[in-house]
Design a binder for this molecule. Structure first.
Ligand SMILES: Nc1nc2c(c(=O)[nH]1)N[C@H]1C(S)=C(S)[C@@H](COP(=O)(O)O)O[C@H]1N2
Ligand SMILES: [Mo]
Length: 259
């Protein structure tokens, strides 16, 4: 017998070939499923991040979100402008969504409390803010619940406010934290988004003082972010290099919720 004969594959019958393929596919899927199960176990057993700032999600998940955020920040120019519309296109019936921290009547003695790093406090009245240059914007306001609406707002550019009150050093920090006077709703904003040229400390909607439900006397309008970050009835402002507490991030939503 010639030696090469030994190594030659036996010609298989059709049945044998089917069987062989079945075995190969079953083995293939078994490995795949074991892999999926293994990854799931790994994620399931992964440590939770410290609850507080964010919702106590599994660390690898949050790490992925944070990495995505950093990647997007690199790709997108922070000075890129959100699309704007003529003021006449602003909705006349503006939606009123979310009343956490604004479900009581606004106090007559409202003022914006800014706490500086030194501990020094600024107490700023609505008239003080109205005396600064006024900027308006009409843009498509988007809520993570799935609705959007073109609306028209006006107030002081956040960056103008920073310059006027000589807070440039504070604006070098990484975050600004804003809260309602009763501290029931609060947001943390990364400084590049706060200093974005379209971000407003807003006191007017459709050329009128803000309705109570839309945040009277002062709210944040930050077009580079989803609605959750547009805090209504701002009572206080702090600056920090740590992420300030954020109401929806604590419930597990992405901290940055940028658009
Ligand atoms: N104080 C306070 N601000 C808030 C909220 C809230 O519940 N309380 N909801 C947010 C959400 S989820 C959205 S979509 C917008 C809605 O703003 P509007 O009511 O002016 O449409 O406000 C944001 N700011
Ligand atoms: Mo929202």
């Amino acid at each position: 017998m010639k030696i090469k004969h030994l190594f030659r594959r036996k010609t298989l019958t059709v049945e044998q070939r089917i069987k062989r393929r079945n075995i190969i596919s079953f083995a293939g899927f078994a490995v795949l499923y074991a892999g999926i199960y293994g990854s799931w176990r790994w994620l399931y057993n992964a440590p939770e991040e410290v609850a507080g700032i964010t919702g106590g999600a599994r660390k690898p998940l949050r790490a992925a979100l944070n990495k995505t955020e950093l990647a997007f920040r690199k790709v997108f120019d922070p000075k890129h402008l959100v699309k704007t519309y003529p003021a006449s296109m602003g909705a006349k019936e503006v939606r009123q969504n979310g009343d956490i921290g604004i479900d009581t009547a606004p106090g007559p003695d409202w003022e914006l409390l800014v706490t500086k790093q030194s501990g020094q406090e600024l107490h700023i009245s609505l008239n003080d803010l109205k005396a600064l240059p006024k900027t308006d914007i009409t843009f498509d306001f988007k809520c993570i619940e799935g609705w959007e609406q073109i609306s028209h707002w006006a107030g002081v550019k956040f960056s103008d406010f920073i310059m006027h009150y000589h807070l440039e050093d504070h604006a070098k920090m990484q975050y600004v934290g804003l809260s309602t006077p009763d501290e029931n709703y609060y947001v943390g904003i990364d400084m590049p988004s706060a200093m974005h040229p379209q971000t407003l400390l807003c006191y007017e909607m459709n050329g009128q003082p803000l309705p109570v439900e839309n945040g009277y006397p002062l709210r944040l309008i930050i077009p580079v972010k989803y609605g959750v970050k547009h805090l209504k009835r701002i009572g206080s402002m702090v600056f920090s290099n740590e992420r300030p507490p954020d109401y929806w991030a604590e419930q597990g939503y992405d901290y940055y919720t940028g658009l």
